[in-house]
Design a protein around this ligand. Sequence first.
Ligand code: G6P
Length: 608
Amino acid sequence: MCGIVGYIGYDQATPLLLEGLKKLEYRGYDSAGVAIHTGSELKVVKAQGRLQMLSDKINNGNNIKGFLGIGHTRWATHGKPSEKNSHPHVSQLGKFAVVHNGIIENYIQIKEELLKNGVKFVSDTDTEVVAQLIEYYYDADILNTMSKVANKIEGSYALGIVCLDKPNELIAMRKSSPLIIGIGKNENFIASDVTAIISRTRDIIRLNDEEIAIIKKDKVTVYDKNKNRVTPIPFHVDWNISTSEKSGYEHFMLKEIMEQPKSIMETIKPRIKDGKIVLDDLNFSKDDLEKISKICIIACGSAYHVGFVAKYIFEKILRKPVEITIASEFRYMDPIIDDSVLVISISQSGETADTLAALREAKSSGAKVLSIVNVVGSSIANDSDDVIYTWAGPEIAVATTKAYSTQLSVVYLLAIHMAYMLSKITKEQYDSYINDLLLLPEKVEEILANKDTIKSFAQKFCNCKNIFFIGRNIDYAVSLEGSLKLKEISYIHSEAYPAGELKHGTISLIEEGTLVVALATNDMLFDKMVSNIKEVKARGAVVLSLTTEKHKDLEEISDFNICIPQVCDMMMASLSVIPLQLFAYYVAHLKGCDIDKPRNLAKSVTVE
Ligand code: G6P
């Protein structure tokens, strides 16, 4: 979603802002802009479309000189994508330029008040209201002004501001939308995400809700919204910089798919010591676990699909009821939650607004919240009682792959650990699960080594208009993810169905030549899947089946077959998802789609 970067220091700001915005491109955007304090004026340039259009307009940043500036990539919410709606927005008298992520919920009311006072607006956005309001309240004291603004605006915001009267100050404020300050040597930054500034500094301050920061070249001062000084706690980011580069791959998505053996290993290995699962970050006694009456999983997108797999696993080996709910639905469905409920939130970014809101709703009802998160220090991590990090490193492609895989790995660790603590599994089962866990990276590697076979299937099916994915149990949960991956990046319509449910309606859509991808990795349900495959074939479907070596003979009744290695049923998701990721990737590639930045999608959805 929208990206913010800001700079104050001794270097030219514009090229640095463009470089930072480039790193944020992956979040998804439709226009971009910069505002530079030149010493005598605020120079603002914007362009609709790709960042390159903005870059071209300002000769790669060389046309605007100045040591203080803000930049933005916009993903439209209020007002369609256009130059006038893109950020930075400038106040009527030209004193302030503002970039904003989030949504100002009471902007219409504020706009009406300002209109009555003669303020004129030029855009359709909620952000322009903030720029005008700051100027309206401005009394030469920036802190005082921002405090009044913070007490007036409602909703979510990460704001970067420059003021014509303050050539030595970059101003920032945030609530419910992420914003960090990067501390450099005689230079400081703001950014919506670490990747924008990691090449210049790794020392970070994360602004808390309703905090205001006044940032100079060599000093950062933070206040709460009532102007009291607060002491921020900086932290160091140790992400490997090469993980945010393509390293020779054509797309980040392919690079991240290929990185999965390593990512899974890095998530699992440090947590297995002397044959035992050690989850240092988990503060649960056996007694606490016994008292859990139900587990509620909340998440969005692919993280929700991980939750789907988790439901099957937790219920199977923990014997506790599990509900899995899309986060945006959770908070408005009057969920039945009390302090006996364990809520598990799953999020790569740790900033998904719906997941964060659902988590807060659950906490306010007394539930304990455990989160599975990739980004250290993110809002979801900060608001949770316990956090298990996935340690996947930065994920750049909008369509998630390695984050999904590492989230699954954490689910296994958690389920096995809890089940053993509660004596729901024997020592032999525990050892055997751990053995399978440690084998996952090499088995994923084996599948990746066969990627050309998947590519050849993609060549056959890249012109399909509709594709169905079917499976039972965990295979169904993986079908959901396989179908989503394909839709997201190739724009081919697809549906995932529990294989047994197809005949209750959707089988009417199967006609001569319709592709059905059938997942049949579960031993117990294999025969049922054979029947379901025959049902669709009898109606003209072309079947691409996916199964394990043990059931290789499935190829006899399928048109095409993918055979993958075997682990225990519970962990098959980690293997079966890989060919589906590759299939989506190659289909999208053959169709010439913008794989890393699919249309209309955002990596981190920070508005509800
Ligand atoms: C967006 C992304 C998805 C992601 C979802 C949840 O929709 O495009 O790939 O699964 O958000 O994101 P999170 O960061 O909470 O895992």
